[in-house]
Design a protein around this ligand. Sequence first.
Ligand SMILES: NC(=O)c1ccc[n+]([C@@H]2O[C@H](COP(=O)([O-])OP(=O)(O)OC[C@H]3O[C@@H](n4cnc5c(N)ncnc54)[C@H](OP(=O)(O)O)[C@@H]3O)[C@@H](O)[C@H]2O)c1
Length: 263
Amino acid sequence: MSWMKPLGNTGMMVSALGLGTVKLGRSEGVKYPGSFRIPDDREATALLAQASDLGINLIDTAPAYGCSEQRLGTLLAGQRERWLICSKVGEEFENGQSHFDFSPEHTLKSVERSLRRLNTEAIDMVLIHSDGQDLRIINDLGTLQALSDLKRRGLIRAYGMSTKTVEGGLAAAAECDVVMLTYNLAQREESQVLDACGRLNTGVLIKKALASGHLEENIEDPVQASMDLVFAHPATSSAIIGTISPEHLEANVLAARRALGQD
Ligand SMILES: NC(=O)c1ccc[n+]([C@@H]2O[C@H](COP(=O)([O-])OP(=O)(O)OC[C@H]3O[C@@H](n4cnc5c(N)ncnc54)[C@H](OP(=O)(O)O)[C@@H]3O)[C@@H](O)[C@H]2O)c1
């Protein structure tokens, strides 16, 4: 299987691994196993250069990831065309707390703010950052319609949803360009959503492929086993891994390439 894959029907080609950037912008209210220090600009620049050298072309960020978007806007200056950027709408994280607004008005303001922060004229994909009530958001709140308008206006190139339920994932698969879903050794329920995305040719981004770092201890090589799992499903477009460790980044790419039969 190849390292670059089409992202559903979007016309974009994504690398098998993407870089998650929670840890570039936020260290409070996260569920990682250990505490960590947010990398400084020198370290973050080196991490992005390493990711690019390793063949990664996809970066995942969100307004809810602290200063992640603003930092990327600065750090990616002069190399914007090298990257596909995925950001989100709906979740805000302020004063240590999340709050949610999925209204069309907020969606528009949020995307305009992301464009400014990311210092770009268009965002490659914008996903609804679900609060868990996936179906209510999809059916009742008009968020997807607002994103569809933004796509028509050329401010975003694709849209979708980061879902938290199987039912929501299935509905999103039918209505969106891209679904971001959880799939790892301990949480496999959303494989049904992967199946649906495969049938519908909807792009799939996997989040938490390494269970946010809570790796299984009774497996010899849990990173390899995780990559083998996510890439065994033909509908996986890319797995977004959140790392700030150069060693882990390299190991993850090696493991992903092995899972794809490229070693
Ligand atoms: N939309 C949403 O609702 C949502 C929710 C969660 C996540 N996401 C996106 O998905 C991305 C990934 O999710 P995630 O960060 O929660 O989980 P993840 O990618 O499953 O795990 C990241 C954690 O695993 C550790 N790790 C990475 N590679 C490792 C390795 N080779 N060996 C041991 N530990 C390793 C990282 O620590 P080190 O930094 O030390 O490597 C980090 O603590 C996020 O960054 C974000 O972009 C989206």
